[in-house]
Design a protein around this ligand. Sequence first.
Ligand SMILES: C[S@@+](CC[C@H](N)C(=O)[O-])C[C@H]1O[C@@H](n2cnc3c(N)ncnc32)[C@H](O)[C@@H]1O
Length: 277
Amino acid sequence: MVMPNKLTSSELEKVTPVITVPGNANSALVERAKRNAMHWQLGFDENATQGLVLMQSEAHLALKQLDEPKVGEVLVDFASDALTFRRLHGGGKKEAVAKAVGLKGQTDWRVLDATAGLGRDAFVLASLGCNIDMIERSPVVAALLADGLERAQHSPELSAWLPQRMRLHHGIGVELMANWCTVTQNVAPDVVYLDPMFPHRKKSAAVKKEMRLFQQLLGPDEDADALLAPAIALAKKRVVVKRPAGAPFLAQQKPHIEMQGKANRFDVYLINPKVGD
Ligand SMILES: C[S@@+](CC[C@H](N)C(=O)[O-])C[C@H]1O[C@@H](n2cnc3c(N)ncnc32)[C@H](O)[C@@H]1O
């Protein structure tokens, strides 16, 4: 399991959920939840009845709004039907994210996803053969991601390849990228991938449950612009930024390529642009 990084006070202020357990939890599950809380420096409340919590059940760890049972829960499940369908029957290297990263003709691209979130984009890239390091600064999101990675180790479809291709680092993207090669003893990534939270001004029903919980938990990544310069300094080939369609460029910096998708745009910054790139 990854070790939690020291976070700034403003990072910690954002973290409100405690870890809790279902009412019928046995003592082994309670101990497991307490250990998890300690590891991620989160609170533990065996009897929580309201608010946003991380629910540790026998099956998984999930973010849940106890006051709104209809909203459902958010967890990382790389073996879910949706991700399995996308892995087996999706567009493969023709997927927008794969095209933006430049996977065509590449087999083992090394990608650093510096805003990992629930790791779905990272998973899609890993399933296409990329070697992915993920950075996530929220201890709550990192705990969910670590739980998903742990369960993937026991999945018959995923255990043979996923653990070797996806690694989680808990910390702040700008800081870890600045010291990437020394801190992690890693070689520089071919691609740095960025997908910071964008402020959604409208509270529409279309904003998915997961996005609503995430917004409640994290708010927009107001400091997202600061990610671009260290990403460009670190990547060997390109930096890819995922933005909602119509959103301004990150750090107001125009990319070399804009790939327009239905809901998102991928802005691609080439490190050594050549004619024909
Ligand atoms: C929109 S989500 C990413 C979703 C992800 N691409 C996926 O497919 O699941 C953005 C995530 O980046 C994290 N984040 C934002 N800025 C960060 C930073 N400077 N360092 C590390 N993580 C960061 C946020 O905590 C959030 O979990």
